[in-house]
Design a protein around this ligand. Structure first.
Ligand SMILES: Cc1cc2nc3c(=O)[nH]c(=O)nc-3n(C[C@H](O)[C@H](O)[C@H](O)COP(=O)(O)O)c2cc1C
Length: 318
């Protein structure tokens, strides 16, 4: 594949980004993806500042390939997290869940490449105004926290493409090279892949969580917790409790109380499949095997190339 704006921006071989994911994306997953030619992101969202520094240092000891850190901007100790990123000279930061104007200038003045995650064209334009280097447009198929607009990747990417000229990365429901080709057909130049990499050997999610996710069928995840922060969850017992509360018109405070602290750790990292919050994307039902992350990258590139070739033979005379 020839170099495009995303691979050139991050200095990587393939424009495949491994998404930052709470309780899944430590240094091991990021190193496996970057060593295979993609861009690995360490997910700061579930790390204490000291833990983040440790992961960055272990990553650097493991490989010299480019990498990044994902920072959800709602993070309580955000100042400390950003300080560590600056001190450790992290080359790339993907920010999410907040205003791109808050940190972009500081990060960019330190020579860091910045991408921000959005779920609408409106916020993509705000990203351009904030001076980010690239935009991730994430459709509501995605695992984890989601946009309130509930726009699917297929509907979102062409609209964001039309709204901004910046390098564009598609996310949400992309777990294969065929899906990557579809995203590129719609105007994306890179893909951010979460669910497929959460379900690999190097992901730090528990084995119980991974096995549950690869046994899911279509329709087994649902966008929940809409009164707090819409999150795609597996329909397990914890989700049923949320649903019951929502059905009887619970307030955000009541929902917050049920959620408590550490629900996603309990589900994803500790493997409590009943009481834990199991965050995963719709595409999980298409994934049937836990394989090494490097193999995911290689397979995606092979599938992408075969798809492009196949489609090139399908031109319709008009
Ligand atoms: C388990 C899990 C945890 C996630 N945690 C984060 C996070 O901490 N920060 C973030 O920006 N996005 C998070 N996401 C969203 C991903 O970064 C990514 O955009 C999304 O997974 C892409 O869609 P896909 O899951 O269909 O591949 C998470 C997704 C999953 C599945």
């Amino acid at each position: 594949m020839s170099i495009n704006r995303i691979s050139a921006l991050f200095g990587i071989r393939y424009p495949i980004i491994q998404a930052g994911m709470v309780w899944c994306s430590g240094w091991k997953l990021a190193a496996a993806v970057s060593n295979a030619g993609g861009l690995g992101l360490i997910g700061a969202g579930s790390m204490h500042p000291g833990t983040l520094r440790e992961h960055i240092q272990k990553y650097k000891a493991a490989t010299g390939q480019p990498f990044g850190v994902n920072v959800p901007l709602m993070y309580p100790q955000i100042e400390e997290i950003m300080q560590i990123i600056l001190e450790e000279k992290v080359p790339v930061v993907f920010t999410s869940a907040g205003n791109p104007k808050t940190w972009t200038a500081t990060l960019k003045s330190a020579g860091i490449k910045v991408a921000h995650v959005v779920s609408s064209s409106r916020f993509a334009i705000k990203c351009a105004e904030a001076g980010v280097d690239a935009v991730v447009a994430e459709g509501f198929e995605a695992g984890g926290h989601n946009g309130r607009e509930e726009t699917t990747t297929f509907a979102l990417i062409p609209q964001v493409r039309k709204a901004i000229d910046l390098p564009l990365i598609a996310a949400g429901g992309i777990g294969s090279g065929e899906a990557m080709a579809a995203a590129f057909a719609l105007g994306a130049e890179g893909v951010q892949v979460g669910t497929r990499f959460a379900l690999t050997n190097e992901s730090s999610a528990s084995e119980a969580f991974k096995q549950r996710c690869i046994s899911l069928n279509e329709g087994d995840t649902v966008l929940s917790l809409k009164k707090l922060s819409p999150t795609r969850l597996v329909r397990n017992e914890f989700y049923q409790q949320v649903q019951q509360l929502e059905d009887r018109g619970a307030t955000p405070e009541e929902l917050r109380e049920l959620l408590g602290k550490g629900r996603s750790k309990r589900g994803i990292f500790d493997g409590d499949l009943t009481e834990g919050e199991l965050e995963i994307g719709q595409i999980a039902s298409h994934i049937k095997e836990i394989i090494p992350a490097g193999q995911v990258v290689n397979e995606m590139i092979g599938q992408y190339n075969r798809t492009i070739h196949r489609l090139s033979q399908l031109a319709i005379d008009n």
